[in-house]
Design a protein around this ligand. Structure first.
Ligand code: SAH
Ligand code: SF4
Length: 403
């Protein structure tokens, strides 16, 4: 969601040349993965009861959980805390990874990398990692941007994923596996900093934040998204704090209300992108079903129940939703709601009709919000040269790989 289609300044690493260990070809890997169910599909409770049924003690299940999610082991053989026969049994019943890397790009400044993964049935999804240096206020961080569906049914006109239609929901294991992959990359980077003396051994940091802002609509795959959040949040596993997890939605009102009742302190981001129904319906078909006033009412309920601030995403589309009057209208709409607005210049897509708002107009828009006391951030752009926008890599890969 942060890029435009500019000439690619990139490094491409097909899976066979990647330093991470993937099976040699997509076909072999897909066959191997399809053969056994992934252990990543089990919740912590399911894993424990399955291990008890296999005659193992509960602490073995805890060790296994740690090996999978904390140590991010790539194979059962690597799990040296487990006995050899137990590892062999696991190996005969389960696989671990659900993903095969089909393509990887890194931006010229190294801040953003994007992976395209092939699922066992050939579907393609994208995962992005964004690296932020410390800015004096916040420590440095690594944010994984993950997908919840292959494609998306909701058809927003500025979105490359929306233009591809829905292929299918991702499973829990497919959602979580993306963070495991990013964690392996992040740990490898931390370790190379330890080797070069820039970091002490005790300081391995890994992925610090997760945003559900990749392909698909997380709340349209509600059950699997929530199950994945619980796995990511587990203190003995990936240990991503709930306050460091953000779920972004196009604005599905019933699911926003359902989320308000979950016992989770995650952040909610709403893709608003317009201050009124006429403008919003022009780019977001979902607005016909859940118009702006219903959506904002649900946001008030959510903020009242959870006592948490809501983030609004507002993609600036030149001469569509970026005038000062529209900013003021947005200011009035959000008045009295505990919120923060993220302003994001659009990454023009192949078929999409929109151009980027220039910096001056974006700042004018921001000043309109300020008149109404609404705080906002004009987002730093990440991955400008690698098509890091939602669904854009899959689109390019289909051109390049004929995938
Ligand atoms: N379906 C969810 C989450 C995935 S999209 C949602 O819509 O919120 C994540 C964010 O990227 C959304 O705010 C979405 O509107 C935005 N986005 C989609 N296409 C974009 C583009 N071409 N440029 C900038 N942001 C885009
Ligand atoms: Fe789907 Fe979100 Fe893209 Fe809209 S912006 S089409 S909801 S992924």
């Amino acid at each position: 969601m942060f890029t435009q289609l500019s000439p690619p300044l990139m490094t491409t690493s097909p899976s066979s040349s990647s330093s991470r260990s993937f099976e040699p070809t997509a076909t072999d890997a897909s066959e191997a993965l399809a053969a056994l169910p992934s252990i990543l599909e089990l919740s912590r409770d399911e894993l424990t009861s399955t291990m008890l049924e296999m005659g193992e003690k509960k602490f073995r299940a805890d060790q296994l959980w740690r090996s999978i999610y904390h140590e991010t082991a790539e194979s059962f053989e690597q799990m040296s805390t487990l006995s050899k026969p137990f590892r062999e049994t696991l190996n005969s019943k389960y696989s671990i990874s659900t993903l095969t890397e089909a393509m990887a790009l890194t931006s010229a400044d190294g801040s953003t990398s994007k992976s395209l993964y092939r699922l066992h049935d050939g579907e393609l999804i994208e995962t992005v990692m964004m690296r932020y240096e410390t800015d004096g206020h916040r420590r440095n961080r690594k944010t994984a941007c993950i997908s919840t569906q292959a494609g998306c049914a909701l058809g927003c006109t500025f979105c490359a994923t929306g233009q591809q239609g829905l292929r299918r929901n991702l499973t829990v294991g497919e959602i979580v596996a993306q963070v495991i992959e990013m964690q392996r990359i992040a740990y490898a980077e931390d370790e190379s900093q330890v080797e070069s003396g820039k970091r002490t051994k005790g300081e391995l940091q890994g992925v610090t934040n997760v945003v559900f802002m990749g392909m698909g609509e997380p709340l349209a795959n509600y059950k699997n998204t929530m199950a994945a959040v619980r796995v990511l949040n587990d203190g003995q596993g990936l240990n991503i704090g709930a306050r460091h997890i953000t779920v972004s939605t196009v604005g599905l009102v019933p699911q926003i209300l359902q989320l308000a009742d979950e016992d989770l302190q995650i952040n909610l981001a709403i893709s608003l992108h317009a201050p009124d129904n006429t403008t919003r319906s022009q780019t977001m078909p979902i607005n016909q079903r859940y118009p702006v006033e219903d959506l904002i009412r649900a946001c008030h309920t959510y903020a009242d129940k959870t006592k948490r601030r809501i983030f609004f995403e507002y993609v600036l589309l030149k001469e569509q939703n970026d005038s000062l009057e529209q900013a003021q209208k947005l200011g009035r709409l959000l008045n009295g709601l505990h919120c923060h607005v993220n302003l994001i210049p659009v990454n023009p897509t192949k078929e999409g009709p929109f151009e980027r708002t220039d910096l001056e107009a974006a700042k004018r828009f921001q000043s309109g919000l300020k008149q109404y006391g609404i705080p906002s951030t004009l987002r730093m752009e990440k991955g400008i040269d690698i098509n890091a926008g939602c669904g854009q890599l899959r689109e390019r890969a289909i051109d390049i790989l004929g995938a």
